[in-house]
Design a protein around this ligand. Structure first.
Ligand code: NAD
Length: 308
């Protein structure tokens, strides 16, 4: 357990994440901060009032004041605007970049040693904005995308095969967008390669559904984007860090030559522990997978170039 975890943005993802953090007993205090007055205070108090029922001791508080977030060990950054139908993640670029810049400046001043898990979209570029503004080393700015995208892939495989999600391992690399790279070669069910259990066209359909997984939810909700699975994914990363679990999870990190890529955030398998990003794991890719990862990197560079 760590001392303090802050969640910035008390909207759908942020509020869901703060409740999970408290329920999982990952920190002594969980601070929910937003610019809207009353909302983080109200949600924080409501969540704290569930403590006697749920049996957690983590003190959840809501605030508009960064002084309350001081010396956070971990921060989950969800502040920003979410997608509506017809919008791509890139449509959020400059609005969210300004928000992430402001928030990152505040975090740098008040929690200089924090490990930041970025959630705001477009994810890979917002992680870059956060790292640039804070000046934190790459070990302490990690983007959440791969855990969510892999969970979607795993959930679709489980549905297709009619087996428990507990037995399914899968890996999604690349940017958090339509160019993401769900790997068929690393998907397995209790160690049995997925390619032995499903024909190529069915696997391809699952890969396509995974790529469009966020859009599928936006299309259904119409008023915003997914939040239960995204919050669970960010909290799993926070848990790996808070409990120094050394888990291998896919995440968007600042690449410095790994996979032949440099100077961008992109999703790759990482080891996560109390130092944040502890190691980037390089796996063998087929020529097609490597080309798809390069296309995803190119798309991320293009979005970075649109930053004003
Ligand atoms: P939401 O609109 O419900 O909540 C966003 C919150 O951010 C609002 O409460 C808003 O007041 C707050 N906010 C805005 N500016 C702020 C600032 N300067 N400081 C503090 N708070 C501020 O949106 P949501 O559904 O929670 O989504 C949040 C973000 O996460 C969006 O950008 C969304 O696209 C992204 N997202 C990413 C993933 C992923 O896989 N990485 C998944 C889901 C959502």
């Amino acid at each position: 357990m760590v001392n303090k975890i802050t969640v910035v943005g008390a909207g759908h993802v942020g509020a869901s994440a703060s409740l999970l953090l408290a329920q999982r007993r990952l920190a002594r205090s969980v601070v929910l901060i937003d610019i809207i007055e009353g909302v983080p205070q109200g949600k924080g108090l409501d969540q704290w009032e569930s403590a006697p029922i749920e049996g957690f001791d983590a003190r959840v508080i809501g605030t508009n004041d960064y002084a309350d977030t001081a010396n956070s060990d971990i921060v989950i950054l969800t502040a920003g605007v979410a997608r509506k139908p017809g919008m791509s993640r890139e449509d959020l670029l400059n609005t969210n970049a300004n928000i992430v810049k402001t928030v990152s400046g505040q975090l740098k001043a008040t929690s200089p040693n924090a490990i930041i898990i970025v959630v705001s979209n477009p994810l890979d570029v917002m992680s870059y904005v956060c790292m640039k503004t804070t000046g934190f080393p790459r070990e302490r700015v990690i983007g959440m995308a791969g855990v969510l995208d892999s969970a979607r892939y795993r959930s679709f495989i489980a549905l297709e095969l009619g087996v428990s999600v507990a037995d399914i391992q899968a890996l999604v690399l690349g940017g958090h967008g339509d160019t993401m790279v769900p790997l068929a070669s690393y998907a397995s069910v209790s160690g049995i390669p997925l390619t032995q259990l499903l024909p190529a066209d069915r696997i391809d359909a699952l890969v396509q559904r995974t790529r469009k997984g966020g859009g599928e939810i936006v299309g259904l909700l119409k008023t915003g984007s997914a939040y239960y699975a995204p919050a669970a994914a960010a909290v799993q990363m926070a848990e790996a860090i808070a409990h120094d679990k050394k888990r291998i999870l896919p995440a968007s990190v600042w690449l410095q030559g790994e996979y032949g890529l440099k100077d961008l955030f992109l999703g790759v398998p990482c080891q996560m522990g109390s130092n944040g990003l502890e190691k980037v794991i390089e796996v063998v890719l087929t020529d097609d997978e490597r080309a798809a990862l390069q296309r995803s990197a190119d798309a991320t560079f293009e979005t970075m170039a649109l930053l004003s």
